[in-house]
Design a protein around this ligand. Structure first.
Ligand code: SF4
Ligand code: SF4
Length: 239
């Protein structure tokens, strides 16, 4: 059971700051109904939940919500927004709470994954040459040993494919055989697809960490490669 909110010093500056960036966040419309909290996987963790967070924000408890580490356990899934009768944008608040922390003080695991992605193209640090080698190697193994998939087509950087698919980098690095089932589905429905070699990883810890510059850089590199080199009309983000 969560503890009652205790109001000490009130300061509503942070709420105004977030509303300046996300005017449609609608925090004042909260009915305190708790529907958001009922479906939130992060509820009750660290003595916090989305309803309580909005209540604290509206009461001006800036210090408490800025200090709480709950912002790092929210998965940004948006389930609360879908469930909220007033469409209050709680993930936008969480994003701004994260962005308010100096970059070097954000959680090391997320920070390291963001930096790896910027440097190498994937949060796991796998370079594009290694990614391509693994993908083609696993595809060859499937063609040789899985009846019915002798003509399975898997490619990296095939120009003109209808669809470009990205890939969570955990699979090629730690469980490469896990990529096979999706390839088989795409093969079975006759999909015309390819992987990109530039920023090929689907995850984006820079977005999760509220690093706007890193997030923007990754997406711009990815989009530039698809538009100008692969010339594909469609992207499917698996994350
Ligand atoms: S569902 Fe919406 S209105 Fe209800 S408590 Fe949560 S944020 Fe407030
Ligand atoms: S976005 Fe965050 S607060 Fe909203 S339901 Fe998901 S985990 Fe909970």
């Amino acid at each position: 059971m969560a503890e009652a909110i205790k109001i000490d010093e009130l300061d509503i500056e942070f709420k105004d700051e977030v509303l300046g960036k996300v005017p449609a966040a609608n925090f004042d419309l909260c009915l305190t109904c708790g529907t958001c909290t009922g479906g939130c996987a992060a509820s009750e963790l660290m003595d916090m939940d989305p309803r309580k967070l909005i209540r604290m924000l509206n009461l001006g408890m800036d210090d408490v919500i800025l200090k709480s580490n709950w912002k790092w356990v929210c998965s940004m899934c948006q389930r609360c927004v879908a469930a909220c009768p007033m469409k209050i944008n709680i993930p936008a608040l969480v994003f701004n709470l994260r962005a308010a922390i100096p970059r070097e003080k954000r959680p090391k695991g997320i920070l390291g994954s963001c930096d790896q992605h910027i440097r190498t193209g994937s949060a796991m640090g796998a370079k594009k040459e290694d990614f391509e080698f693994t993908v083609l190697d696993v595809a060859e193994e499937i063609r040789e040993s899985h009846p019915g998939f002798e003509d399975l087509e898997v490619s990296v950087d095939r120009e003109g494919a209808v669809m470009v698919l990205n890939q969570n980098s955990r699979e090629p690095v730690t469980e490469p055989e896990e990529m096979g089932p999706l390839w088989k589905i795409l093969h079975s429905v006759g999909a015309d697809w390819t992987y990109p070699s530039v920023m090929w990883a689907g995850e984006n810890y820079c977005m999760f960490m509220a690093d706007n510059e890193g997030w923007k850089y990754i997406i711009e590199e990815f989009a530039y490669h698809i538009d100008n080199n692969l010339k594909s009309p469609m992207v499917v983000n698996t994350e």
